[in-house]
Ligand binder design. Structure first.
Ligand code: SF4
Length: 386
């Protein structure tokens, strides 16, 4: 099934769509503002999500724009993956040990805070089968990698293409870890039929005699609020985890949605109870039109301090991501600030070496980044406001 056909089509807006799409517009003037926002970054939700959006504020705020999005403050591409790392469309590399492959750039629903919105919401074409062949051929020659992250958009938007790619990747000697990033478990949990789950599980290939040759497939899921963990969603997660597929959650810290101790603690404890690894709490990147959803990094630290008093199984990695790479934050991290162009920015030395970045990403350091005297990358990150 093509999930685009099943998703709301903005051109045929029913009364119910209007109620949902203009939920945060108080009058016609504000509806007109929402219309302007939609021209740049459209609204898209699935029929399943619609049910949750009508009921739960914590879900609605993630998918339905407010007029605050008219403030286009921020960057269209706050975290460019390694776009120039390969001639092959859809293949990128930013880190030494893994590649990113994006078979499908679109998503069945659009998160308003998506840091890839300039790709996901702009009708970028998918990889062709020939491009997938070429990309895998290139990956087969990269001897210092061990993992492939299949990302998006949502790779499940075209499951045949995804399985084609997985069939090729699993045969490569240098690929041990395959991760698929998706929000389909929330967007359309019924998508995960027994057939699809069995097929995904078939890519787990342990080799007990020679564990260096074992391979596994994991799914990176994305939940931000306890109200997302509905019975259908958890059942779909269980269908995967009970077949041995590791599920790792990546949560985004979002102002007014989950930026309080109680919501985050509940979310992570529920994930843990339901066999989903609490993996990342990502600070919301400075992507344009999302300023109103961004807290300060320090607010995340304040929440994180509390999380660190809980069972270590429910403590995620807390990270923020300047364009040059991820920064891990601890409960005691002291942030260093500079005011640049009227913006409060966090100055940070990254764990990555400038030379490696240039060699792997095949481009120079991003704007607002430089090489330190000892060869590392130093960069700036625009902080959010509480
Ligand atoms: S699911 Fe991920 S890639 Fe898709 S719109 Fe949401 S944040 Fe962006």
């Amino acid at each position: 099934m093509n999930y685009l056909e099943n998703a709301f089509d903005e051109k045929i807006m029913t009364e119910l769509d209007r109620k949902v799409f203009y939920h945060y517009a108080k009058n016609e003037t504000e509806e007109a503002i929402i219309d302007e926002i939609r021209k740049n970054y459209p609204i898209r939700i699935t029929p399943y999500l619609e049910k949750l959006i009508l009921k739960y504020e914590g879900v609605r705020k993630q998918f339905i724009p407010t007029t605050e999005e008219a403030d286009t403050h921020g960057s269209a591409t706050p975290f460019e993956e390694g776009k120039k790392a390969s001639k092959n469309y859809g293949l990128e590399r930013l880190y030494k040990d893994r590649v990113l492959i994006t078979p499908h750039f679109d998503c069945p629903a659009y998160c308003r805070f998506c840091y890839k919105k300039s790709r996901v919401m702009k009708n970028k074409r998918s990889m062709t089968y020939e491009e997938i062949d070429n990309a895998v051929e290139e990956v087969s020659k990269m001897h210092d990698i061990r993992g492939a992250l299949i990302t998006g958009g949502d790779p499940f938007m075209d499951k045949n293409k995804l399985f084609y790619l997985l069939d090729l990747l699993i045969k490569l000697d240098n690929i041990a870890e395959i991760r698929v990033g998706t929000r389909m478990l929330l967007n359309s949990p019924h998508f995960f039929t027994d057939e699809i789950c069995n097929r995904l599980a078939s890519y787990i290939r342990p080799n007990f005699k020679d564990p260096k040759k074992s391979k596994y497939l994991a799914i990176n899921v994305h939940f931000n609020h306890p109200d997302e963990l509905q019975p259908e969603v958890l059942q779909a997660c269980h269908k995967l985890s009970s077949r041995g597929i590791t599920l790792r959650d990546q949560t985004v810290l979002l102002k007014g949605i989950n930026d309080d101790i109680e919501t985050m603690t509940t979310l992570f404890q529920l994930l843990l109870r339901n066999n989903i690894i609490v993996y990342y709490m990502n600070h919301c990147m400075p992507v344009e039109s999302s300023d109103h959803l961004r807290t300060s990094v320090q607010k995340g630290i304040d929440i994180y301090k509390h999380l660190c008093t809980q069972s270590s199984c429910s403590i995620p990695n807390y990270v923020y991501a300047p364009s040059g790479g991820k920064v891990h934050v601890g409960p005691d991290t002291e942030l260093e600030y500079e005011n640049i162009n009227g913006l409060k920015q966090i100055k940070v030395k990254l764990l990555y070496r400038a030379e490696d970045f240039r060699n792997i990403a095949k481009k120079d350091l991003p704007p607002m980044h430089r090489e330190t005297y000892d060869g590392y990358i130093e960069g700036y990150y625009i902080d959010g406001k509480d």
